[in-house]
Design a binder for this molecule. Structure first.
Ligand code: NCD
Length: 301
């Protein structure tokens, strides 16, 4: 039997996407989870706190058996490929792998090569895609009553390296969002043809924030920058692109602030904004468990 996969936002039907978002919200309001008897593996080759732990919590709440494999401590260090590692886990009974890896496009590549009966969830591939983050962001906004079709969403920061932004743009478009605005320094703008075409780009955050209902701040991904990105001065970055209380006042009074984490206080946003009444940062983390439960239910049932 062919297993279900979630590699990017364009894969599932709109029906499946809407079911996941609605189910995540229902689970967050106390709906009973559908008990599961499958075995899944979290296979993480990049550092992660919230994504890895929330996948584990989600699986545990559904009654799934969970194997956690830390890529840095696996046979990969002896030269085994990711494909062979996943095929090995599958031979032992793992039915679905949740994979995070630094190589952009690895989940698409593996999807062609893996045993068809092994399910796969992309938990972030390099600068590629992060579909489960986009789904949990949509669920967080839906739970807050945001009507996406009428909303202006601003995504600000290091768009060039952001799988979170790429998946969010794809999902917001599919859900028929009112408007998406991009903001950030020119050097960190996405390359043409990389999923962001046709969107308005603001060259300053104050202008982008006018009439915004939601602002998603992105982490400056220093680990993915090379010399061509130029040295980035973080204090200067905060001065121009950091979200402060004064800047946030340019948006609609009820504008929500999001950040996928991990956040750098004083760089992408001030501590006051991060901890302020408009911040959804911990709501996103809470919703991440329910959304990943809904994703497991959709893929495994
Ligand atoms: C993001 C990631 O790893 O892609 N974080 C997350 O999954 N919550 C964003 C980031 O690392 O900046």
């Amino acid at each position: 039997m062919k297993a279900m996969r979630l590699i990017d936002i364009d894969g599932p039907s709109l029906d499946v996407i809407e079911t996941i978002v609605e189910r995540a919200v229902a689970l967050s309001k106390g709906s009973e989870p559908l008990a599961q008897t499958h075995t899944i593996a979290n296979v993480f080759f990049e550092p992660s706190t919230r994504t890895r732990v929330s996948f584990e919590m989600a699986a545990t709440r559904l009654g799934l058996r969970v194997i956690n494999l830390d890529g840095e401590r696996s046979s990969m260090t002896k030269g085994e490929s990711v494909l062979d590692t996943l095929a090995t886990l599958h031979a032992m009974g793992v039915e679905l792998a949740v994979l995070r890896h630094g190589h952009t496009g690895i989940c698409h590549e593996l999807s062609e090569q893996l045993p068809p009966s092994l399910g796969l969830i992309n938990a972030g591939d390099g600068c590629g895609h992060h579909p489960t983050q986009a789904l949990l962001d949509a669920a967080t906004l839906t739970a807050k009553g945001v009507r996406l079709s009428e909303a202006k969403v601003v995504i600000c920061g290091d768009l060039r390296h952001s799988r979170v932004a790429r998946s969010n743009v794809a999902l917001l478009k599919r859900l028929g969002v009112g408007e998406i605005g991009l903001a950030g320094p020119e050097a960190l703008m996405p390359a043409p043809g990389s999923g962001f075409d046709g969107l308005r780009h603001y060259d300053n955050l104050d202008a982008a924030l006018i009439d915004a209902d939601v602002v998603m701040m992105l982490r400056v991904q220093k680990e993915r920058m090379d010399e061509s990105d130029g040295g980035l001065d973080l204090a200067d970055y905060h001065l121009h692109w950091g979200l402060t209380t004064e800047r946030l006042a340019k948006a609609k009074p009820e504008c929500w602030v999001m950040h996928p984490g991990p956040m750098n206080r004083g760089v992408e946003l001030s501590a006051q904004v991060a901890d302020g009444p408009q911040s959804l940062i911990l709501d996103q983390v809470r919703m991440s468990v329910f959304t990943r439960m809904a994703i497991f239910e959709a893929l495994l049932s």
